[in-house]
Design a protein around this ligand. Sequence first.
Ligand code: ASP
Length: 337
Amino acid sequence: MPESLVAIASLGGTITMTAADGPRGLTPSLTARDLTASVPELAHVADIRAETLFSKPGASLGFGDLLQALDWSRRAVADGADGVVLVQGTDTLEETGYFLDLHWDRPEPLVVTGAMRPPRQPGADGPANLLAAVLTATAARSRGLGVLTVLNDEVHAAARVRKYDTTALDAFASRPFGPLARIHERSVRYAALPLRQPPVPPPRDGGHPRVALLETFFGDDGELLRLALGAHFDGIVISAFGAGHVSAAMASVVSEAVEKAPVVLASRTGSGSVLSDTYGFTGSEQDLLRRGAVSAGWLDARKARLLLWSLLAAGEPEDRIRAEFAARADGTSPTAR
Ligand code: ASP
């Protein structure tokens, strides 16, 4: 008899997708119960409670859906679950996992997973990922680690992982630090532990800030940033060149932007940290930080946007936003509240 109880909720994604008759392609159709029924091994690992929360592609999930999934997960652990697994589309998993991690305030593991291949395709990875996710959710070492992203027999910190490939089974990676654990012979072997930060405060009622994410590009003179200023976003994240650089022309638009809303500086490279005291040209990281931009540090632009959204939604003032970014972007010291 398994000693653990795991609650599994499905939000949709390729792992649930089958093709209807005709040329219409894959759409979400399987329920959470269909998924668990397809992996009989789960019964040896844990008692399972399964529920379908949404049947959406990852691209159509929104903040409201994630806040609902968080409530569902909190209720599941209050009702006795030792861990929770959320199944969803991989297209947005790197963002949803981090958002959930920012808000997850329980020691029980919250594990997110999905699949790169649909269930009817030979070599479908959904069943293996679901089993690995449940093993991770029941592992004693997973407690207190926040949200964990499990695919391809690897456990990643949701705060670090990114999707790097459109179809490969090993699409998810945590560069440059690597995964936290590997799963083999049904055991979860941790080799590293994440530096977990305290959860951010919950959104205030009606707190739905508009936060833009703009990637700079060769020849960018800041015109799109200027257009975004005209649209009155509550916050702006710039996915900048290399270690946090934009053109000299764009740098002056950054000066205008910081007068209107918090501007966060991240790198478009997908790995490594924004620098803080290396380059000195106009548009360099030092120049932009001096103009008032907030460094995303080790957080990539997508994750930085979710942190900024969460802090704005909670009504945090500018000094708290700077302090939270300083702590979380560095990732080495817990934030004092
Ligand atoms: N390709 C996606 C997936 O892997 C589709 C989605 O995100 O819903 O699940």
